[in-house]
Design a protein around this ligand. Structure first.
Ligand code: DOR
Ligand code: ZN
Length: 347
């Protein structure tokens, strides 16, 4: 198969930031994706219906003329989030979901949840109104190895939460381990999981085995080859519980290369093409549409996009960077300069 037409994909996990970085980063998502879940970890975070409405307006204003991309907004959960405001935002069509970051698990998560008892009223309300909870599933403590954070979070937090709130729909974001993949399958359809393009391509030997490559540093960190293979098997299976979420997360070059470097890979400019390559390599192109365009909307109770995109086997060279007005200057692109064997040729 050298050409494939699928329903327009959605990105169920995306960071576009704000202001100049957003204006530089957003067009690469908006050109190929119908919708995207907008991560709320701005500084300060998107905490209320009012914050999300204003952020949505800024995103819509930054879209290229004529573009029909739809941003789906999320609420950044804190110990003090109001269940009434969450419900209002959901009923007014501002919020699609609520995002749970354990405090200090990743970039801009300092305002995240420190005490799980305090979020129970919000979780209860979400279960009642049918609102999706998106989770950065990593347990962070000095005695937990960074490679075990996903597994420990599942054991200590996620499994009990799913049992206590059987009507709550949940997404475990950016699956990074075989344990995570297997757990999602075992808890479907209550639980779904997103998978990034780079967790399908990289293992920790790529990241650290021949020089430290800060552009492969993300949270959750890239794991073993056996984890990568489990993630590939899951994504390309077409099973309804796995769907596309790029976790595209631009940072300035200065922040990526600082002594304490920022976590995150900016991959939107090569995302759908990279997924197509992975599915093709595994002989599973026939499952790409389920993963990219059907399973996500079904989990969120939304209809798939009506439009389509067409990809073709055709070499092209990924751009190296985006230029950003202001002090951030530029952000490097995942796979920049590489030859990519699949290309979007039509909408
Ligand atoms: O690597 C990451 N970067 N993981 C996250 O969870 C957040 C993201 C970011 O905002 O840069
Ligand atoms: Zn993310």
């Amino acid at each position: 198969m050298d050409r494939i037409t699928i329903r327009k994909p959605d990105d169920w996990h995306l960071h576009v930031r704000d202001n100049e970085m957003m204006r530089a980063a957003l067009p690469y998502t908006a050109r190929h994706f119908g919708r995207a879940i907008m991560m709320p970890n701005l500084v300060p975070p998107v905490r209320t219906t009012a914050d999300a409405s204003a952020y949505r307006e800024r995103i819509l204003a930054a879209l290229p003329a004529g573009n029909r991309f739809t941003p789906l907004m999320t609420c950044y959960l804190t110990d003090d989030t109001s269940p009434d405001d969450v419900e209002r935002g959901f009923k007014e069509g501002v919020f699609t979901g609520v995002k749970l970051y354990p405090a200090n698990a990743t970039t801009n998560s300092a305002a995240g949840v420190t005490d799980f008892a305090r979020i129970l009223p919000v979780i209860e309300r979400m279960e009642k109104i049918g609102m999706v909870l998106l989770i950065h599933g990593e347990e962070v403590a000095p005695d937990i190895d960074v490679f075990d954070r996903e597994e420990v979070f599942i054991e200590r937090r996620l499994a009990p939460m799913l049992r206590s709130f059987p009507g709550l729909k949940v997404v475990l974001e950016h699956l990074s381990s075989k344990v995570g993949v297997d757990f999602v399958r075992s808890a479907a359809p209550q639980l779904g999981g997103t998978i990034t393009p780079y967790h399908l391509q990289l293992n920790r030997t790529d990241w650290l085995g021949a020089g430290n490559r800060p552009y492969m540093y993300c949270m959750p960190v890239i794991k073993r080859e056996s984890d990568r293979l489990a993630l590939r098997q899951a994504a390309t299976s077409g099973e309804a519980c796995y769907f596309l979420g790029t976790d595209s997360a631009p940072h300035s070059v200065a922040r990526k290369l600082a002594v304490v470097g920022a976590a995150g890979l900016y991959n939107a400019p090569v995302a759908i093409e990279t997924y197509a390559q992975v599915f093709d390599e595994d002989g599973k192109l026939d499952k790409l549409e389920a993963f990219a365009s059907l399973n996500g909307p079904r989990h969120y109770g939304l209809a798939p996009n009506e439009d389509t995109i067409t990809l073709e086997r055709q070499n092209w060279t990924a751009p190296e960077e985006i230029l950003v007005d202001g002090p951030e200057e530029r952000a490097l692109i995942y796979r920049g300069g590489e030859t990519i064997p699949w290309r979007v040729v039509g909408h």
